[in-house]
Design a protein around this ligand. Structure first.
Ligand code: FDP
Length: 327
């Protein structure tokens, strides 16, 4: 049985110059994940599962569990002197840890509850996180995705999973509830070069560019030789859909559309961290024009068109968008 803490500490020993701070920080994401998993599991029993009445900075309705998960994550890093600043999809401005302002070497960014439309129907949810070296202030959070030190997500499904990478392999842990520990499931997750499924909200196809529609049409067109049609798998939770793709291959898309020219997903809280995981598992993520990790956002809550998945599907999608392939 290899617990998360044991794995991280053993990994740390491979890096003699490590201070142990990143290890502590990753372990704390495990603690936050357990607390959020618990809150989600009892959420339906409590009153106030639905809307908290407030809206987040993107004008979306906040659910009580979004608020709660945000608070849990903030509180988790309030002590230990590890983190000096936190930015979240749920907060208009970054949170400064005054106590850690001088010593905290890291900045964290997170989407506390991703796929929040699934809250009300007991569907799969996730928490996405990203770790960067702290800079001098909020502006330093606006780096390229390649400046991330670590990134990952916690998936709240039938089991709670923790997936992360520190820029080496992608690690996958499963929560064993009887002992309250994350146990190692895979120390090097690899995404197949090609998959059989695609995930996209096709109800929005009317607003897509012709090339995007042609690409999805291509996936749906029968051709035995190339393994088509693909199967549609869309849950309304990016973490759930991405996790399937990470393990089985395929592609997830949230493209630009007429009413959302920059797509829906946020660079810093969703796209960068998942792209970091994808690239370290042999998968890829693109805006349609180039790698997501190369994007340097101009503001904290910036959104970009996003596609993530197996290397072959991502390359094909880019060819479609460039007009170099057709269905
Ligand atoms: P949600 O807004 O419900 O938190 O993060 C955005 C996200 O969910 C993704 O998890 C999900 O894939 C997508 O948006 C769903 O958006 P649509 O309802 O437009 O399909």
């Amino acid at each position: 049985m290899i617990t998360l803490d044991r794995f991280i500490l053993e990994e740390e020993r491979q890096h003699p110059d490590a201070t142990g701070e990143l290890s502590m920080l990753l372990m704390r994401f495990g603690v936050a994940g357990k607390r959020i998993a618990w809150e989600l599991s009892v959420g339906g029993l409590k009153s106030g599962l639905g809307s908290a009445g407030a809206t987040n900075v993107q004008g979306e309705e906040q659910k009580t569990l979004d608020v709660l998960a945000n608070e849990i994550l903030l509180e988790t890093f309030d002590y230990g002197g590890l983190v000096s600043i936190a930015a979240s999809e749920e907060m208009a401005e970054p949170y400064i840890y005054e106590r850690n302002a001088e010593k905290g070497r890291y900045a964290i960014l997170f989407d506390p509850v991703d796929g929040s439309s699934n809250i009300a129907v007991n569907g799969t949810l996730g928490t996405i996180f990203s770790v960067r070296r702290r800079g001098k202030g909020a502006a330093d959070l606006l780096g390229s995705g390649r400046a991330q030190v670590a990134a990952g997500y916690i998936l709240f499904g039938p089991a709670t999973l923790l997936v992360y990478t520190c820029g080496e392999a992608v690690r996958l842990f499963t929560l064993e509830p009887s002992i309250g520990e994350f146990l190692l499931t895979s120390s090097a997750v690899r995404t197949p070069k090609r998959g059989k499924g695609y995930a996209v909200n096709e109800g929005r196809a009317g607003g897509w560019a012709a090339q995007t529609r042609a690409f999805v049409e291509h996936l749906k067109t029968s051709d035995r030789a190339t393994g088509r049609p693909y199967a549609t798998r869309y849950s309304g939770s990016l973490v759930a859909d991405f996790h399937r793709i990470l393990l089985e291959g395929g592609i997830y898309l949230y493209p630009a559309s007429a009413d959302r020219e920059t797509g829906k997903l946020r660079v810093l809280y969703e796209c960068h961290p998942l792209a970091f995981v994808a690239e370290h598992a042999g998968a890829a993520a693109t805006t349609g024009r180039g790698p997501v990790l190369d994007v340097v956002p101009g503001s904290l809550h910036e959104r970009i068109p996003f596609a993530i998945g197996s290397a072959e599907e991502i390359a094909l999608y880019e060819r479609f968008l460039r007009g170099q392939a057709s269905s």
